[in-house]
Design a protein around this ligand. Structure first.
Ligand SMILES: [Zn+2]
Length: 79
């Protein structure tokens, strides 16, 4: 049986249909018993639908994240 933490870690793959059969079954089993995670998955699904409805928002976020990562990487890896 998955813990809530493990379920949350797999939630985006679960919603994208990226889990293999065994993991999907474990996730479904957890959701049967865990009301909190059911609510969490429902909210994730809503959030994904919102993101898909607004195609510009996630791209801006990704750019910002990439810029931050490159900046952090640059200071870290100076020769
Ligand atoms: Zn749970």
């Amino acid at each position: 049986m998955l813990t809530c933490k493990e379920l949350v870690a797999r939630s985006s793959d679960y919603l994208d249909g990226q889990l293999d059969l065994g993991e999907k079954l474990l996730a479904r089993q957890h959701l049967l018993f865990c009301k909190n995670c059911r609510r969490f998955i429902k909210q994730m699904r809503l959030a994904q639908a919102t993101i898909k409805a607004l195609p510009e928002a996630p791209v801006d976020d990704v750019d910002e994240i990439v810029q931050r990562m490159t900046a952090a990487h640059g200071t870290h890896d100076k020769p």
